[in-house]
Design a binder for this molecule. Structure first.
Ligand SMILES: [Fe+2]
Ligand SMILES: [Fe+2]
Length: 673
């Protein structure tokens, strides 16, 4: 078993490989195979807190620039956005950015950009080339400041140096350098994972433990700067949602974001980090869902009960303040511009598309206050905001309506009420344009929640994504779909279309369902189960089917790497969420929320990793000689688990493996004679 697995995977043993034809399960322990020992600095805090703070922790009042962050503009060969923040609640006096193709020095001051005065986040407005944005957290009242400069007209494949300053009487500065994307057909490397969270107290700048903190979040950033194969850092990184779980620390969301920003700056100051929205980016506050301040009588305390429990537009206020992402040009039905909620960019011959699956999933957002006990008090924060028991932030269809096409169990934009789902319309147009663009060979979609997952303690596969977007991924032959959400690694076979009929069984009924009923889970059809080979590396043809990769092992303290198997057949099995996982109950009795309602046998599941939950992925793009020749060589590197939320520090070191756990080539011509 392990021999044939090794031969196919092209990496070291350690994965359970399951094939739906054979149905066998084999487990081989991961052996320590080479690697780099990394010692963390451990200088930030001396003693371990007993757990996350239960009151609001003050933020600094200094102004030195920190949390440096790069993102691509619309054209990565010529546009890069440089962002940074003040440490806490005081705006920088006179912030500036200087940039140049040579290091910034006294004799080379570079081009200077002076920042405007900060304005509160307002996504109905367009951004200038330089923008200063403030955001006041709805639950703790702390205001934090972010600065964005959209550089354009840069030269392709060129290194730029930059320095930001707070402009204080005695200025504090910080800086780094980055490389623009190459023009035309070119080789490049990118990386990905989701569900990063924050380091634990010993490696957090604040010295705090936050919910989901783990020192794996520190090593995950280290790994991107120095990938295990020794072939250098990527040009950019894709961060597949659930960035830092700030919504779980209701008294300290700005402080959690700060520790996240400082941690990722070790890489994001040097290369763009491109995020996707996840469920944990949705936060409670005191606004309505559109981001307008709630004005229920009774002041701040009354807003939650009146439905004003959102932190900025759709709860995404912190995310939208921090990341100024490529503009999709779409204005929502409520007047909010949807810049950053979803977007696309192209590097070389690959189109990258980030989508927000919160808009289509049956799952809720992760801002929840659901307590299964009678007459539970509201969740009250230090500012007096009170969120009633039974509240969940549910953002499905926030960009407009979808309706069921029963003929093929799909969801399509619903024009009948005049508000069709704008993200899905944009996604189809973007996919169509990409597939017909002669300069694009391959399409990579990244999002947070999963269409295909067999994790047992995780969330499961969401029928909403399968209904709304898999028909588009099939039609336009998306090559790879990357996700997070499950805190583990999983890979599908290439899939195309769906297995008609009812392949699911209701196991945990929602209201209106009956246990044991058959249900159509729109199960993806397997297109191929045997790879071909490119230079001795197993290779999958993604023109035949889309490959789904779950890459959610960034660093949270809650791994979910156990996977479903049908005990009767020994085949892979998946939980599927086929209806809204509604909160049911009452104030008097308490509330509960259902998990995934159904299960299906999952022949599409090709590989799982029950041994290591954490890891990162490296993708090497080679455009080849001619149109359509592009290949992407994929390596997944597992990272050993190093520490958890509470307790004593780990020993400060870990070994980042130098050998990939899996290695594959993906391409649209591979295996063709
Ligand atoms: Fe997560
Ligand atoms: Fe998630």
């Amino acid at each position: 078993m392990s021999e044939s697995f090794q031969a196919e995977s092209g990496g070291k043993p350690g994965f359970t490989r399951r094939r739906f034809i054979i149905g066998s399960v084999g487990v081989t322990a991961v052996a320590a195979v080479g690697g780099t020992t990394v010692r963390a600095p451990r200088a930030f805090a001396a003693t371990a807190p007993s757990g996350p703070p239960t009151t609001t922790v003050p933020l600094p009042t200094t102004t030195e620039p920190e949390q440096l962050l790069l993102t691509w503009g619309a054209n990565p060969a010529s546009e890069v956005t440089v962002s940074w923040s003040a440490p806490g609640t005081v705006a920088q006096p006179a912030p500036t950015l200087a940039f140049s193709t040579a290091p910034i020095t006294a004799t080379n001051p570079g081009h200077l950009v002076k920042m405007p005065d900060p304005k509160p986040l307002d996504v109905t407005q367009r951004y200038g080339a330089a923008a200063s944005v403030s955001f006041t957290d709805g639950l703790n009242g702390q205001t934090t400041y972010f600065y964005h400069v959209q550089l354009n007209g840069l030269k392709p494949g060129t290194r730029y140096y930059y320095q930001v300053s707070d402009g204080a009487h005695t200025p504090s500065t910080a800086g780094a350098s980055f490389e623009t994307a190459p023009a035309g057909r070119a080789k490049f490397r990118f990386s990905s994972y989701g569900d990063l969270a924050t380091p634990s107290w010993d490696l957090n700048k604040s010295g705090n433990i936050w919910h989901e903190s783990s020192d794996n979040a520190w090593f995950a950033v280290t790994a991107i700067e120095s990938p295990g194969d020794g072939k250098g850092a990527p040009l950019f990184h894709l961060l597949n949602g659930d960035l830092c779980y700030a919504n779980l620390d209701v008294n300290n969301a700005p402080g959690v974001w700060r520790d996240f920003g400082i941690n990722i700056a070790r890489s994001a100051a040097n290369r763009p980090w491109m995020p996707a929205l996840g469920n944990h980016e949705c936060e409670f506050g005191v606004d309505d869902i559109h981001g307008k301040a709630g004005n229920a009588s009774g002041g701040v305390a009354a807003q939650g009960a009146a439905g004003n429990y959102w932190n900025g537009p759709y709860g995404f206020g912190h995310y939208l303040s921090r990341f100024l992402l490529p503009d999709n040009g779409v204005t929502n039905w409520d007047g909010n511009r949807l810049r950053g909620n979803f977007y696309a960019f192209q590097v070389g011959t690959v189109k990258f598309i980030s989508v927000d699956a919160d808009d289509v999933v049956y799952q809720d957002g992760a801002a929840n206050y659901v307590i299964n006990s009678a007459n539970a008090a509201p969740e009250v924060t230090t500012t007096g905001a009170a969120i009633p028991n039974g509240t969940t932030a549910y953002t499905r269809f926030y960009t407009g309506d979808l309706k069921l096409n029963a003929k093929n169990n799909s969801l399509v934009p619903d024009y009948s009420k005049g508000k069709p789902n704008l993200q899905t319309i944009w996604l189809e147009q973007t996919l169509a344009d990409a597939r017909h663009d002669p300069s694009v060979d391959m399409i990579v979609v990244f999002m947070h929640q999963c269409a295909l997952s067999t994790s047992v303690p995780g969330n499961g596969s969401d029928l909403g994504i399968r209904q709304a977007w898999l028909p588009l991924f099939d039609k336009y032959e998306v090559d790879l779909v990357l996700s997070g959400h499950e805190h583990d690694y999983e890979r599908s076979y290439p899939v195309r279309g769906y297995d008609a009929g009812e392949h699911g069984t209701v196991s945990a009924p929602n209201p209106g369902q009956t246990k044991g009923d058959a249900v159509d889970t729109r199960r993806p059809s397997v297109a191929a189960t045997e790879p071909s080979s490119v230079n001795g590396i197993p290779a999958w043809n993604t023109a035949e089917g889309t490959v789904y990769l779950v890459l959610g092992g960034g660093g949270t303290n809650g791994p979910t790497n156990t996977y479903g198997t049908d005990a009767a057949t020994d085949k892979a099995q998946a939980k599927v969420i086929t209806t809204r996982n509604e909160v049911v109950g009452s104030e008097a009795a308490g509330f509960v929320k259902n998990g995934a309602d159904s299960i299906e046998d999952a022949p599409w599941s090709a590989a799982i990793n029950p041994t290591d939950a954490y890891g990162y992925s490296i993708f090497d793009v080679d455009p080849g000689e001619h149109k359509g020749d592009t290949t992407i060589t994929f390596q997944y590197f597992a990272i050993p688990a190093v520490s958890n939320l509470t307790g004593t520090a780990h020993d400060g070191t870990t070994t980042l493996p130098s050998v990939p756990t899996e290695k594959f080539v993906f391409g649209r011509k591979v295996g063709k004679k």
